[in-house]
Design a protein. Structure first.
Lengths: 113, 108
């Protein structure tokens, strides 16, 4: 079955630790995205990548980093510089551009204690 | 003011009722998306439209570009339709801008 997987579903970390969220897709999509969702707010774009070995900052990139070494994978690292990391993180992919239909993973809920 | 406004924020209805969720936006767009977020958090894309109307099963989405307004309708609503419905707009080749969602609850 084609789709997007994110792991883990729930993640707990101590303050000051870096943590990496996994996102893998087997849809052969060129574009991948990371979003953050907070209660009462719309999804906000953290980073996106339209091609391997290239990525761009979204609206709230500070305190996050990404890599796109393979087409299938777009991991997100939440660094200790991120002031409020506790949130629900969603990964998505699309065939090409940012306006295309996006396919979302199940999300990772990160709680920093 | 947000670029994308949805109304109502919360909607509770009886099973079988006709549901309408509204989305207004303040900028010129190239496309509008309707998404459904299940209670577990997963998001599914329902429609992408740039003009007119689209239908899929009991769901109908319409858009009026001149009025900068879109509606999502659900006919013969069912408890399994309970979810958060999210509107998102695209300007040219820019990123999606999302509304805050409408939480729909259908009571049996």
């Amino acid at each position: 079955d084609g789709g997007i997987t994110q792991s883990p579903k729930y993640l707990f970390r101590k303050e000051g630790q870096n943590v990496t969220l996994s996102c893998e897709q087997n849809l052969n999509h060129d574009a991948m995205y990371w979003y953050r969702q907070d209660p009462g707010q719309g999804l906000r774009l953290i980073y996106y990548s339209q091609i391997v070995n290239d990525f761009q900052k979204g609206d709230i990139a500070e305190g996050y980093s990404v890599s796109r070494e393979k087409k299938e994978s777009f991991p997100l690292t939440v660094t200790s510089a991120q002031k409020n990391p506790t949130a629900f993180y969603l990964c998505a992919s699309s065939i090409a551009g940012v306006g295309d239909t996006q396919y979302f993973g199940p999300g990772t809920r990160l709680t920093v204690l | 003011k947000n670029e994308v406004e949805q109304s109502p924020q919360n909607l509770t209805a009886q099973e079988g009722e006709f549901i309408t969720i509204n989305c207004s936006y303040s900028v010129g767009i190239s496309a509008l998306h309707w998404l459904q977020q299940h209670p577990g958090g997963g998001i599914v894309s329902l429609f992408m439209l740039s003009s007119g109307k689209k239908k899929h099963g009991r769901l109908i989405a319409t858009i009026n570009i001149q009025e900068k307004h879109s509606s999502l309708h659900i006919t013969a609503s069912h408890p399994r339709d309970s979810a958060v419905y999210i509107c998102a707009v695209v300007r040219g080749n820019e990123k999606l801008t999302f509304g805050t969602g409408t939480r729909l609850t259908i009571i049996p």
